[in-house]
Design a protein around this ligand. Structure first.
Ligand SMILES: Cc1ncc(COP(=O)(O)O)c(C=O)c1O
Length: 400
């Protein structure tokens, strides 16, 4: 190993690329060609989306799945289906993708940020409970990195206060809390099939639920208000057109079949990396808990507690990338996003409601010292994982 950092002219730890993502082979090509030849390209006439919906519902152990065009609008549809509307409050984590909070504003509701549990990077059930007001209609646990939130605590919270629990499982295909796949543990849950996700069609999303009425409502929201089995111009609700194409579903059916084997590789590599980084001074990796019976491994996250703030962490990320390791500094807290703040101020201002301004010390701290490795890094060989650990150690040792 070169003593000099690659960014200072040393040789990088890695010169060969990590596995490409999304990955596909002849199976996807054949599936797309079949749809093309069938002439049934849209789900209103074809059967591929409906077939994938049944398969994905079964995979996530949910009674129903309604496919939609992306994970962002899946959230907006889920919130609307559970009755969240103008002026209602939705408790969300601040350490998440912007869609989790933006979706609430799309239905006229107010996202109220609550802090995360620094041990897990996930919405803290106690912080969520403390953020409830008489206006709260829903709570949104987000399974960041693919790690399930404490769904025992969130389902209890929902039951106790009569709230909908909307799981944002965009990053958590196949993940399990105490043996149960995420998505339909709460009232309703959403997924994304966008390019980076562990199951991808370039774009796409899904909403799952065990509730029959909610599933009917979601069908209408995705299909311009039509009812399942009803006429073409029978619009019994107001809905969007959120439909997935048959081409996307054809790809997703293949990706779904491959997912268990890929998850086994990601899990084994994540376990190895956790073990290797456990020996590197200055690195902290989230603890495993027995209730997480399957981790979705969309990201591998770790902290550099002594790094001294976001600027130094960003310097670390630049140096690690120069060593040939794909990485990023991850999210900034959404409570600091100007566009969201302006929208929340606009909604609360018009309704004469207070602007929710919580203190989020854990979010601010973790946003300043966290590093992410994207999931394709976990799809390689054991040797790849040793390179990742070597590079992290090298950069930490030489950064000064
Ligand atoms: C946590 C989370 N929620 C929602 C989304 C939105 O999904 P999409 O990009 O499919 O709209 C994403 C993904 O980008 C995400 O990571």
């Amino acid at each position: 190993m070169s003593a000099l950092l690659a960014q200072n002219g040393g040789s990088p730890v890695r010169t060969t690329p990590f596995p490409r993502w999304p990955s596909s082979d002849d199976e996807e090509a054949r599936a797309i060609a079949e749809v093309l030849a069938s002439g049934e390209w849209g789900s209103t006439h074809g059967e591929v989306v409906a077939t994938f919906e049944r398969e994905f519902a079964s995979y996530q152990q949910a009674a129903h799945c309604v496919c939609v065009c992306n994970g962002t609008l899946a959230l907006a549809a889920a919130l609307r289906a559970v009755g969240v509307g103008i002026g209602d409050e939705v408790v969300v984590p601040s350490y998440t993708f912007i869609a989790s909070a933006a979706a609430a504003t799309f239905v006229g509701a107010v996202p109220v940020f609550a802090d995360l549990d620094p041990a897990t990077y996930l919405l803290d059930p106690a912080a969520a409970a403390a953020a409830l007001t008489p206006r709260t209609k829903a709570v949104m646990p987000v399974h960041i990195a693919g790690r399930p939130c404490d769904m025992t605590a969130f389902t209890d919270l929902g039951r106790e206060h009569g709230l909908a629990i909307v799981e944002d499982a965009a990053q958590a295909h196949g993940a399990e809390w105490q043996g149960r796949r995420v998505g339909a543990i709460g009232t309703v849950g959403t997924f994304s099939f966008q390019t980076s996700k562990n199951m991808s069609a370039g774009e796409g999303g899904a909403v799952v639920t065990d509730n029959d009425e909610l599933a009917d409502h979601l069908y209408s929201l995705a299909n311009v208000g039509r009812v399942s089995g009803g006429g073409w111009y029978q619009h019994e609700r107001l809905g969007y057109n959120l439909r997935l194409t048959e081409f996307q579903a054809a790809i997703l059916r293949v990706q779904l079949r491959r997912h268990p084997a890929q998850q086994a590789v990601r899990s084994a590599n994540a376990a190895l990396l956790t073990e290797l980084l456990g020996k590197v001074e200055g690195v902290w990796v989230p603890d495993a808990v027995t209730s997480v019976t399957a981790h979705g491994w969309h990201l591998f996250v770790f902290r550099l507690p002594g790094i001294g703030g976001a600027e130094s962490r960003d310097a670390f990320v630049r140096a690690l990338a120069a060593e040939g390791i794909p990485c990023s500094g991850g999210y900034q807290g959404l409570h600091r996003n100007g566009a969201l703040r302006a929208e929340i101020a606009s909604i609360t201002g018009r309704l004469g409601q207070p602007y929710p301004e919580p203190e989020l010390p854990a979010t601010d701290l973790l946003a300043s010292d966290t590093v992410w490795l994207p999931q394709p890094v976990l799809l390689g060989t054991e040797e790849d994982i040793h390179d990742v650990a070597t590079a992290i150690e090298k950069v930490l040792r030489h950064l000064d």
